[in-house]
Write a protein that binds this ligand. Structure first.
Ligand SMILES: NC(=O)c1ccc[n+]([C@@H]2O[C@H](COP(=O)([O-])OP(=O)(O)OC[C@H]3O[C@@H](n4cnc5c(N)ncnc54)[C@H](O)[C@@H]3O)[C@@H](O)[C@H]2O)c1
Ligand SMILES: O=C(O)[C@H]1O[C@H](OP(=O)(O)OP(=O)(O)OC[C@H]2O[C@@H](n3ccc(=O)[nH]c3=O)[C@H](O)[C@@H]2O)[C@H](O)[C@@H](O)[C@@H]1O
Length: 386
């Protein structure tokens, strides 16, 4: 492998990374990238490893010896500090991060996103280890613009909706809207990490992902996850399409999101890993401002793309409306619009996303069809036990 250079033309030294939550969606793509394109070593910590099995076995893989899986629940495992000490950099991805859990399991959500992350921050700070912590765009909550009258022309002014790391406020709903338990826990851990940097010199980078999507995201209910489970929207809609059911639009599907392809986003994380001088002390939005749609438009586009890649004609009525109370239960609330400002990541790391929404859906839905269509067919053919 040729020596890799950083953005300032300096050779990059191979490092050891302690990656917590390495077995999840983002972790699996990050491990794949680090193994195939860099000389770095990964200590991969998670309670599951199904999504990185292909990187761990067989022993003859070209990167064997550079990735080591440790089955660890960070809630209670004394090996955590030792593993952080062995590494040069810790990346913390571990979290409960599916909205269906925020209002139905708020305690688990708060513990997972705040309390369980505390020892990780502490061990990094005490042992002078660099930390890249995964937060979320949900820390912005709602836009200022959504409080303006519906017909206000200011709603069209980007100053009222574009989300800026060093400028935008964090606007959450009331406490009884438990949807915000996740965002609030993430905000507090961000503030703690920032304070560790200010008072104790912790070298940190905070990542705020804006709806990263792609293969291996979450699970398909009843196939590789619980039948009653509710994953994030990509997997919900994929599940509906694979089963030939209408896609469920929560409260009319009017909320807006910007989606970025996981492979583009991983490039940004690699730049942070390999350019510490440019990434330390920063909070980065990572998203694709050009890929904005309403959830209804996403459903329509996914229906069209799925029909193209699977050859299965779309339903005559491809969507159905459902209330948030029916879909998520009491205490749900939503972010209205999420457009990331890209100034800081552009300036520090020169990163820009490349993949259009259509292209990323085409490759992702091709993967979903190839991975799940047969299993779904089989499960639907099974007689229901009486
Ligand atoms: N995917 C996105 O677009 C997105 C957006 C915003 C924020 N994030 C943040 O990025 C991080 C990773 O997200 P993801 O999409 O890969 O989620 P994911 O659920 O696929 O991955 C999280 C992983 O952490 C592991 N984990 C959770 N608790 C653990 C514990 N106590 N001990 C050990 N492992 C544990 C899980 O088993 C899982 O494999 C999360 O912090 C999430 O909040 C993701
Ligand atoms: O990905 C992110 O950047 C962050 O946002 C997500 O939150 P959200 O975008 O609200 O979650 P999704 O499940 O992806 O839902 C997106 C939208 O689709 C809607 N939806 C979801 C599922 C469905 O079947 N139908 C439907 O209309 C939701 O109500 C919401 O408005 C999650 O909180 C986190 O994974 C993450 O921190």
């Amino acid at each position: 492998m040729a020596t890799r250079m950083d953005l300032d033309g300096q050779p990059i030294k191979p490092i050891t990374i302690c990656m917590i939550g390495a077995g999840g969606f983002i972790g699996s793509h990050l491990c794949e990238k680090l193994m195939s394109e860099t000389p770095h070593k990964v200590l991969a910590l998670d309670v599951y490893n199904d999504k990185i099995k292909h990187l761990l076995e067989p022993d003859s893989l070209p990167w064997a010896g550079r990735i080591e899986f440790h089955r660890i629940n960070i809630k209670h495992d004394s090996r955590l500090e030792g593993l952080i000490k062995m590494a040069d950099l810790t990346i913390n991805l571990a979290a409960i991060c599916t909205p269906a859990d925020y209002n139905t399991r708020p305690l688990d959500t708060i513990y997972s996103n705040f309390i369980d992350a505390l020892p990780v921050v502490k061990y990094c700070s005490e042992n002078n280890k660099r930390l890249i912590h995964f937060s979320t765009c949900e820390v912005y909550g709602k836009t200022i613009g959504c409080f303006l009258p519906k017909d206000s022309p200011l709603r069209q002014d980007p100053a009222y909706y574009v989300l800026k790391e060093d400028d935008s406020p964090c606007i959450f709903g009331p406490i009884e809207k438990q949807r915000w338990s996740y965002a609030c826990a993430k905000q507090l851990i961000e503030r703690l990490i920032y304070a560790e940097g200010a008072e104790n010199g912790l070298e940190f980078t905070i990542v705020r992902p804006f709806n990263w999507i792609g293969p291996r995201m979450d699970f398909i209910p009843g196939i590789d996850g619980p039948s009653e489970g509710v994953p994030r929207v990509l997997a919900c809609f994929s599940n509906n399409l694979l089963r030939g059911e209408p896609l469920k639009l929560v409260d009319g599907g009017q909320s807006q999101r910007t989606f970025v392809y996981i492979k583009d986003a991983i490039e940004a994380v690699l730049l942070m890993i390999e350019n510490p001088q440019r990434a330390n002390g920063h909070i980065f939005n990572v998203g694709n401002p050009n890929n904005e749609v309403t959830v209804r438009q996403l459903a329509e586009m996914m229906t069209e793309v799925y029909s193209k890649v699977s050859g299965v004609p779309a339903l005559e009525k491809p969507t159905v409306d459902v209330s948030s109370k029916e879909f998520y239960g009491e205490g749900y609330d939503d972010s209205d619009k999420r457009i990331p400002d890209m100034t800081i990541i552009n300036k520090q790391l020169g990163w820009n996303p490349k993949t259009s929404l259509w292209d990323l859906l085409e490759s992702t839905l091709t993967y979903q069809h190839r991975t799940y269509a047969e299993a779904i067919k089989k499960s639907m053919a099974k007689p229901v036990a009486s």
